[in-house]
Design a protein around this ligand. Sequence first.
Ligand SMILES: [Zn+2]
Length: 312
Amino acid sequence: MNNIYLKISILFVLLSGLFHNSLTAQETLNLTFPEIQYNDDLLAKIRLEANTIQGEKATEIRYIKFAESPRTFAQTVEGGTDEPYIQARTAYQIVFPHSTIMLDAGMDEEVHEFFGNGKKQPYFPSANDSVQQALRQAVKILITHEHGDHVAGVLRTKYFDEIAPKTILTYQMLNTLVNKPQMPQLKTDIEKVKNFVTVDFYDVLPVAPGIVLIKAPGHTPGEIMVYTQFENGKEYIFTGDVSWSYVGIEERKQKPASQVKRIGEDAVRIQYQLDWLNQLPSKGVQLIVSHDDIIQPQLIKKGIMKKGFILR
Ligand SMILES: [Zn+2]
């Protein structure tokens, strides 16, 4: 009797194991996470996460401007004047004692021309060549979001096989690139996705000593900010395109309504992000705004960033 009971039990366990596995494989993720709260708790969490990957932290940040989009303040920030405002298109090299990590990837001239919309805008091919070279040398490549001026350099490159496997893209970025790219040139085949390091996370993800990705959907579904803590303790946050200017963060002002609509931004989420970023300089965090061309040259003069990449 006992023996039969045991046999039936084992059979049941085996069968349920089989069914369980096959069912699990078909399950779809059905979780709704709460909205990310951009507050002091998040900053504390980021600072903790920054120390969860052991190793020497970065010692400097370098940047290159590879193109410009001449606009006005009115086209950049809500309530801005008609004064000219050059939107710099930039990429960054985070320098570690024995390696580098790249942040954003530049773009080729065809993508640049798409942005110009028929108008000729400044493009610096040799600067973009330097970005490509720096991407090849980097041990990791981080992308703030899925727009052409940030991501094209890892999608449309003759070094794709070399660059893609060390490039981290989020599910949300890839979803846009596959299903709703900003421009036809960015349309990504689902097979191509396999080449990247594809990640998903709720609010923060440490990826290297001192480096933490911060989810910031709003400008695009895949937008992230990137926190960097130096070996000497200095802290930076690359704010991507949450704002196109330091003024937007200082005055907690969004992009003009026409741009918010054109891009399809989530203004509510962006406002939470702007309110948070606004507080961070007073807590010792240096912000780096991707498209700025006014403050960044000052940061160079102050030695907070350096111009040009270290290339071998
Ligand atoms: Zn941009």
